[in-house]
Structure formats: C-alpha cells, structure tokens
Design a binder for this molecule. Sequence first.
Ligand code: ZN
Length: 363
Amino acid sequence: VADSPHARYHRQQILPGFGPEGQARLANSHAMIIGLGALGCPAGDLLARAGVGRISLVDRDLVELTNLQRQTLFTESDARASRPKAEAAADRLRAVNSAIRIEPLVEDFAGPDAERMLSAHPRPDVLLDCTDNFDTRYLINDAAVKLGIPLCYGGAVGTSGLSMAIIPGTSPCLRCVFPDPPAPASSPTCDTAGIFSPVSAIIAADQAADAIKILLGRADRLAGSMLSFDLWHNRRQRLDLTTARRADCPCCGLRRFEFLDRAPAREALTLCGRNSVQITPPSRGSAGSSARGGGRAGDIDLPALADRLRAAGHVELSPSSLRLQPVASGDITLTLFPDGRAIIAGTTDPVAAKSLYARYIGG
Ligand SMILES: [Zn+2]
C-alpha cells in the first residue's frame, strides 16, 4: 500500500476545520491516554487513526478475557498471554498507523509519579482521563489544572456515562462540578455493576472529539457542557457548565492540589512469605469530608458492598470483614475491613493488588 498521508487522511482533511494545516497540527501534537479500558481503547483507536503524532498510553493492568466485551484494542491471544494493556494496545495502534509514535507506559498513574510522568516525557498537549477509580480521577484533574494541560474527562459504568472537557483557566474543573470524591466503596464499579459497551463507546468518542478539537486549536468548538447518557433508559442530557466555575474551588480556584500533593493515595505492602499484599487506604484529609452525607469518612458499609459484589464472585460476610473470591480473577481472595484496609491474597505484586482493590472495592 502506497503510504500517502494525503490518501490516508483525505476523508478527514476535507472536513471543515481540518485541511492540510489541521492535519499538520495533529501530526505535531501529543495526547496522553490514562487508562486503557472501555474508554481508553476506543479513544486511542480514534486518535491514532486521526493521525495524532504522538500518543502515550498509561495503564498498570494486564489484559483479561472479561475485558474483550468492550476493550476494542485487545484480542484473545492478548488475554491468554496476560499481556500488559499498554503494550498490547501499543502494538495494535502501531499496526493501524505506523506513521505515528506510540509510547506504552506500564505504570501506576499515582502520587508523585504522576507529575514525574507528565514532566519526564514531552509534555502532552491533552490528557484523556479514561480511568475507572476516583483516586486517579481527582489526581489527574489536579495535575491538569496545575500544569495547565487540557483534560477530556470521561466515565462510564452500568448503562450510563458522562463526559466533559476541562480547559484549565477557562472552564470549570472536575472539583468545580463534583467537589469531593464519593465516600469509599460507595460507588458501583464495572466489576460490580457491569458495563454496557455502547455507552463506553459513545463516551470515548466524545472524549476523542474534544481532544481533536483541542489539538486543532479549536477549543471554541467545545460544547461547554457536560454530556450524559443512559442508553438503557434512553436518556441523554447536556448540563450547561458556562457558570459552573467556582472561585472557591480548592483546585482551580485556590490552587490547592490535595490529591497530587498528598502521599501516594493507597499504600500497598507485600506481606512477607504470605503471597499477599496489604492495602491501606489514604488518610482522608479535607478532601474526604464528603458533602453527600451517609456515614463517617473511612467507614465502609460492608453489607451494602457485599450485595453489590455478589455479581462479581463468591462473597462471605462477617461482622468485621468481607471476603470476595472474584470469578474473573482465579486464585485471588480479597478480605476487606470496615476501615478500608484490605488483604489481597494470591499475589505479591503491589500494583496488581491496588488494581484489584480499585476494581472491586472502588475509589
Ligand atoms: Zn475547579
């Protein structure tokens, strides 16, 4: 196949707002996708095919069979080999477009590492938050606002999802809209509530559209609103954000980057000789004082969580602990205590253990 950039991008270049100049802008730009799951896969595919010249792919997880229902960059052989998602996705995107640079980062985007990752590499022109846990989402928002990098936020669980673009200094940030993360273990995750793949595809497409507009220098084409969908109940909504920016927002108003500055969100300690990792929750400062009510910060409602987890595996509940053996993760047992501490048995890898915690217990 003759690799003519003109032919490859022809159907895009003839669109209004693109042209050869727009294509050149995309070729010279850098997008970082954090999280390569139901959102990151379709978003990465769209950006690679559009000709974004450099794409960094950040994910700490391995491909599993349960991912294939919605994570469009992976194959059965990736799942059989338990390949790191960032590497499997990079190989797929290189096969799609060999003219761009793809950089896999098999790392945890957390704590001080996050800012280092954003500074160690050529600074991204746009970030896509395609993660699945609140610790990381609030940390990405802090990093984007602190460093002045536009952020395309997306989230999807069950049959609904939402997306919004954040332009630091111009638009409201995540904390203007949702000041604090939900209380620990109070929100559904994809592993407990499932996920309807068309909804993640829509949200990812909206994030990719916003990212392309930003990279083209056409932030004027952003919606200035939060888009939300529930594809099962056929609801779609645009929440106008033009007056949502708050002068007293701890992040973009007061420039206090609580999630970025505090110690690594969740400590993982390998328990010597036990094939187990202990996860200790973050000490919850002012950021944890949820305005949503419902129990003291740090207090986990184990029976309610047990009800949600029954969809994910075998659950045993005692007054002081909850034990889960997830169907999707063969030899793993999670034991959770009311203060949020957990023992993950069946692994000695702290990163894998943190990932399991995020999947089943949530952010
Ligand atoms: Zn804000």
